[in-house]
Design a binder for this molecule. Structure first.
Ligand code: NDP
Ligand code: BG6
Length: 485
């Protein structure tokens, strides 16, 4: 599908996300010809930048992150513009309106506008209201879409309030709640693996699967984002959105067809089946942790409480592990163990499907387990582990693996990154890979009891930076007779 001429308005254009992710993603789409020539990018923030100084800043980002250079870089920069606006000041929107009219005239983009909210979340409700007050949301002259960055709300109550506010000014089909994990190639590949192969789907249920493990581990700490992170924690930052979306991809029923509605119907359905947690469940099945100083990659790493922007008495979790259950026919009785954390030994996101063992061990007491490992990042790929005969006398089984690496595909070098894919989809009007309101609410509803537990200063265990989290997380899985891979 070709994209129409359009203007992309980035609110928060002087910020970190624009610099590190959004402009590089747009540049790469331009470079491979996916944006064409008739588009403009209008950066908006309070800082008093000009078109030229904005271009210089973005050129710097592109040189730094994309090693961009030459005519292609210069051509791209001519599409960048900047308008100083205080987004919470309604009067400033008149300037925005004029600027947008100018750009639509210049690029023949007929009013088609994609708004990208990359500001502090406190402005996510205000910006749509001010846009509407200046007639900037009406679709009489070109389509209008709005991408809302995470976090979408702070808990179930604020998520609903935010939705209500945005829905006053935009219809659901115009709203694109971004979760960049859905833009990752290997997360999408989960669907293709499951639903295009006769091999896996018949086994993908409680009859054959013992348990499922989902890990989102990071070696980095909170870096420069201590202030933001402390108000968020691992639960809001990674679990409520990214990892629950991955869980939904693993557990959902096949959609009848792949389009935004049927895909998102199935995602919402399975998220609604998450077994609600009582306070007792939270105590027994959730482990929260916070890193203390240690060593990661042979480098000394400060403890969380020493990080910039973090209060010295913070109780915020930088790690969480949880046992979830799904109340439906496919998954009843199959535990899903999910863990995520910062300052773990390495960066890895993977899903491990542990299949049940044979009903009777014929060859040896310790027959290898059958596992399917779906590596989301890095080294994207899939590995099937099973038992074969150890060469030599007797019938001893040993674990072997069949591995597929994404990088072996000849087309792998042209893969779009998550932000590239999602920006392109939003420009095309395809919301399949964006979170729908019911799914977002289902995720918040599920985590709310954990938030309540934490608010009452529920126990947060320490773990040393560079280790796999608190030992309590190992006990959590061990008490059900399982192990983390
Ligand atoms: P930054 O703090 O770096 O940037 C915030 C931006 O908002 C700046 O451009 C700031 O510019 C602008 N801004 C703040 N107040 C106003 C205002 N009243 N009117 C107009 N502009 C304003 O944040 P990030 O770029 O890191 O994050 C942006 C959003 O994206 C946040 O909601 C964050 O949670 C989310 N996000 C960020 C990720 C990241 O990796 N950085 C990852 C995923 C989500 P100025 O001061 O010039 O007005
Ligand atoms: C962001 C979180 O949404 O996802 C960060 O705010 C986290 O804290 C990041 O580091 C992880 O994304 P990725 O793509 O590096 O796994």
């Amino acid at each position: 599908m070709n994209i129409e001429n359009s203007c992309i308005v980035i609110f928060g254009a002087s910020g970190d996300l624009t610099f590190r992710k959004l402009i590089p993603a747009l540049y790469n789409l331009f470079r491979v010809g996916r944006l064409g020539q008739n588009f403009s990018v209008l950066g908006v923030a309070r800082s008093e930048l000009t078109d030229d100084s904005f271009r210089t800043k973005m050129r710097g980002a592109l040189v730094k992150f994309e090693k961009a250079q030459g005519q292609e870089l210069e051509d791209f920069c001519t599409h960048l513009y900047y308008q100083a606006v205080n987004t919470s000041d309604a009067l400033d929107y008149a300037k925005l309106l004029l600027r947008l009219d100018e750009l639509h005239d210049k690029y023949g983009s007929c009013g088609n506008t994609l708004y990208y909210l990359s500001t502090p979340p406190s402005l996510y409700g205000v910006i749509p209201e001010c846009l509407a007050a200046h007639g900037l949301t009406t679709e009489e002259y070109g389509w209008k879409r709005i991408i809302v960055e995470k976090p979408f709300g702070y808990d179930i109550k604020t998520a609903k309030e935010l939705d209500e506010k945005i829905h006053h000014y935009f219809e659901e089909h115009q709203i694109y709640r971004i979760d960049h994990y859905l833009g990752k190639e290997t997360v999408q590949n989960l669907l293709v693996l499951r639903f295009s192969n006769g091999l896996f789907e018949p086994l993908w249920n409680r009859n054959f699967i013992d348990y499922v493990e989902i890990t989102g581990a990071e070696a980095i700490g909170v870096e420069e984002r201590g202030g933001y992170y402390d108000g968020s924690g691992a639960m809001r930052d990674m679990f409520q959105n990214h990892l629950l979306q991955v869980l939904a991809m693993v557990a959902m029923e096949p959609p009848a067809i792949i389009n935004a509605d049927s895909m998102r119907d199935e995602v919402a359905k399975v998220l609604h089946c998450l077994h609600p947690l009582t306070a007792e469940d939270v105590k027994n099945n959730v482990v929260l942790g916070q890193y203390t100083k240690g060593e990661v990659d042979d480098q000394a790493a400060a403890g969380y409480l020493e990080e910039k922007g973090v209060p010295a008495d913070s109780n915020t979790e930088t790690y969480m592990a949880i046992k979830c259950e799904i109340d439906n026919w496919r998954w009843a009785g199959v535990p899903f163990y999910v863990r995520t954390g910062k300052r773990l030994p390495t960066r890895v996101t993977e899903v491990v499907i542990h299949f049940k063992t044979t009903p009777h061990p014929v060859f040896s007491q310790n027959a290898p387990e059958n596992k399917l490992i779906i590596r989301v990042q890095p080294d994207e790929g899939i590995s099937m582990r099973f038992g074969l005969k150890k060469p030599g006398a007797g019938f001893e089984a040993k674990e072997v693996s069949m591995d597929f690496r994404y990088s072996d595909l000849s087309s792998a070098s042209s893969l779009l990154t998550a932000y590239e894919r999602l920006l392109l989809d939003a420009l095309k009007g395809d919301a399949t890979l964006f979170a729908r309101t019911d799914a977002v609410h289902a995720c918040w509803k599920f985590v709310q009891p954990i938030l309540d537990y934490k608010a009452e200063r529920g126990r947060v265990y320490e773990y040393e930076a560079g280790t796999w989290g608190p030992t309590e997380a190992d006990k959590l899985i061990a008490k059900h007779g399982k192990v983390w891979r």
